[in-house]
Design a protein around this ligand. Structure first.
Ligand SMILES: Nc1ncnc2c1ncn2[C@@H]1O[C@H](COP(=O)(O)OP(=O)(O)OP(=O)(O)O)[C@@H](O)[C@H]1O
Length: 234
């Protein structure tokens, strides 16, 4: 579904990505792991057209994304949930959710919203409340729910577990796994929390200083003590 070949990005003299290749297939989660500064966020921002690459190809269902502007990406089926769980604090939960449909499909229908509330009942309970009162976990559900309202084929998630209690991470990741399975979504999951990410991922890719240093299916990566200790810190 999403294919990246030989992608390179520099910020002035800093080479943030160096000929990175990876793919995300329908119904699968590809975890992109690595330490601070490895290039994970840059990878997602480049896929979304927010950072210009110096070389390489990015294609979505065979279409060259370098020729598509960022604002047209939702309509092509790409949704990006950046790090930081940004919500519009003075809008209600439901108003925030509705924004997710706008760029891609126009207005959200009642059925669209019902689907998100079934997935995240905590949001249904608070749909008319202002978003700024939500807990960190509820905010993460809101930004994922908002992205899902565009009915993406490919979902890019940047550090969704950051700062959340393990119990909440497990709940959100469990929901994500179910969603990918049921709806055939392709997910690129950027995480420093390698253990949690690999518990739901199909594939693991480790970046180090902008280069892919390991690429394995997730179960193999978890089972390999040497790789785990060397690159993943658990
Ligand atoms: N806007 C920028 N200008 C200059 N250098 C940048 C910029 N953004 C990132 N970098 C540098 O590019 C490299 C990759 O950064 P990036 O944020 O992509 O890594 P990361 O793996 O997402 O790290 P983290 O987990 O800390 O967010 C780092 O050396 C970083 O300092």
């Amino acid at each position: 579904m999403l294919t990246i070949e030989g992608l390179s990005v520099s910020y002035g003299p800093v080479r943030a990505l160096d000929s990175v290749s990876l793919s995300a297939a329908e119904g699968e989660i590809t975890a992109v792991l690595g330490a601070n500064g490895a290039g994970k966020t840059t990878l997602l921002r480049t896929i979304s057209g927010l950072v210009p690459p110096s070389g390489g190809r990015i294609s979505l269902a065979g279409r060259d994304l370098r020729r598509v502007s960022t604002e047209d990406l939702p309509a092509l089926g790409l949704a990006h949930v950046p790090e930081g769980r940004g919500v519009l604090a003075e809008l209600t939960v439901e108003e925030n959710l509705r924004l997710g449909a706008l760029g891609a499909r126009g207005r959200a229908t009642a059925a669209d919203l019902r689907r998100i509330y079934e997935l995240f009942p905590a949001l249904a309970d608070r749909k008319n409340g202002l978003a700024h009162v939500l807990s960190g976990g509820e905010r993460q559900m809101l930004v994922i729910g908002r992205a899902l309202l565009s009915r993406p084929k490919v979902l890019l998630l940047d550090e969704p577990s950051l700062g959340l209690a393990p119990r909440i991470v497990a709940r959100i990741f469990g929901l994500l796994r179910g969603l990918v399975h049921d709806e055939g979504l392709a997910v690129v999951l950027v995480e420093q929390n390698a253990r949690s990410a690999l518990s739901i991922a199909d594939h693991g890719v480790v970046l180090n200083l902008g280069q892919v240093v390991v690429r394995r299916d997730a179960a193999t990566l978890v089972a390999d003590d040497d790789l785990r200790h060397a690159y993943l810190g658990f």
